[in-house]
Design a protein around this ligand. Structure first.
Ligand SMILES: [Zn+2]
Length: 410
């Protein structure tokens, strides 16, 4: 098994050096969180960093029309694709995404130094806007590449300032006409292995530095539009109000309770209030529900019962609620043969599911896909406290190097 004690000081040092060269980009000094969002300044700096690292390694950099970057070691078809993403959620941690990219680059270095020449190309990728933080659709780059999202619909997506994806791409030197599926490129990849920091504490409980993914829970985002009647906070009698904030507040509690009862996860972490004034009864509240469960039926039941409770409460509050599904993803079972091969090659590391979505989930529809997870001592993710020790990151690099050797060099 790949264990921390089997990792050399040299690999830890290599990881630290490359990590340091990336970690300042897009980090807010006050919060310590990252603000790397698709096609913003920090995101473009990250892409430049990647291009330089690829050039330093004589990897041929190819960019598709969707802002995804690919650094090729070797040429030909049936390539082994690895890497992850460099963008973050607002005030996100540093490891979600970048750990997979940095680990892939160091793994390439290790394979070379150990005298391996791949018989299949090894390609390190960074996928664009994986978190969907700017345009609201997670895994945007991999969805566009594989045709999992309609190109015209994607180009019309807007950020919070009303800038469309088409405009953001054009403003940063890209060509919106080039956006869309690239089946010829996809056909050149034989499989994808994404290394990622674990976004939970399963590996802590299992006392293992590295694990292999079994599946991604079905998950999605639902928009709740609560409509009432804006009015004066001082003069409107309590009995005469149509206050959508009440319906919203009840829905937040109902989502939490229903998720606890069904063993699912539900969060309302984003809300817009109109007019958002201290002395006004609000007229409109829009909030987003993020929900995930091990089984599709559990997730469906959760959304059904939260919707029913919100609707019933709206009747009592004299408001209305409309629920719209956005960015819903079915369960992803990773390729069983690839998963078992990797778990065996890595000496029997644990196999575990995850509640988080990934580009690997999108790509699993078009190629055999696997994921490696690196232990996260606190389990915190999508927040500045997200962490993995340098020694565990080095263990992840050794595991990825062994994986690439197994898949591409034998
Ligand atoms: Zn990620």
């Amino acid at each position: 098994m790949v264990t921390v004690s089997s990792v050399s000081v040299d690999v830890v040092e290599r990881f630290r050096a490359l990590w340091r060269s990336l970690e300042k980009i897009g980090r807010d000094e006050e919060t310590g969180g990252y603000r790397r969002h698709g096609w913003n300044g920090a995101d473009l700096e990250c892409r430049e960093w990647f291009a330089e690292e690829a050039a330093d390694r004589d990897l041929e950099l190819r960019v598709d029309g969707n802002g995804n970057l690919f650094a090729w070691w070797g040429d030909g078809d049936d390539a082994v694709l690895t890497g992850s993403h460099l963008d973050s959620v607002p005030d996100g941690g540093g490891y979600d995404g970048p750990l997979g990219v940095v680990s892939a680059l160091v793994a390439v270095d290790l394979l070379r130094e150990r005298g391996h020449t791949p018989r299949r190309p090894i390609v390190v990728a960074t996928f664009a806007e994986e978190e969907g933080s700017r345009f609201g659709l997670a895994c945007l780059g991999s969805r566009l590449l594989t045709g999992a999202v309609d190109t015209r619909r994607a180009l019309a997506l807007t950020d919070r300032e009303g800038v469309t994806l088409a405009r953001a791409i054009a403003a940063t030197g890209g060509d919106p006409a080039e956006v869309g599926p690239d089946p010829d490129l996809v056909a050149r990849f034989g499989c994808f292995v994404e290394l990622h920091v674990e976004q939970g504490r399963a590996l802590v409980d299992l006392d293992a530095a590295v694990g292999v993914a079994s599946a991604i829970w079905p998950h999605g985002r639902w928009r709740f539009d609560f409509r009432g009647e804006a009015n004066h906070a001082g003069t409107t009698r309590m009995a005469d109000r149509h206050d959508p904030m009440l319906t919203f507040a009840f829905t937040v509690l109902a989502a939490n309770k229903e998720a606890r009862l069904s063993g699912a996860h539900a969060t309302m972490g984003r809300v817009h209030v109109s007019p958002n004034a201290t002395n006004a009864v609000p007229g409109q509240v829009t909030a987003w529900l993020d929900a995930r469960a091990a089984e599709q039926s559990t997730l469906d039941q959760l959304i059904g019962s939260v919707t029913a409770k919100a609707t019933e409460r709206a009747t009592r509050d004299g408001t209305a609620v409309a629920v719209t599904a956005e960015s819903v993803t079915a369960v992803v079972e990773f390729d069983a043969a690839l998963r078992d091969r990797l778990a065996t090659a890595l000496g029997g590391v644990p196999v575990l599911p995850t509640g988080a979505g990934h580009d690997a989930g999108v790509l699993s529809a078009v190629m055999p896909t696997a994921m490696l997870f690196v232990r996260n001592p606190t389990g915190v993710s999508h927040a500045p406290g997200e962490h993995a020790t340098d020694e565990d990151c080095a263990a992840g690099i050794e595991a990825l190097a062994a994986t690439l050797e197994e898949l591409a060099c034998r």
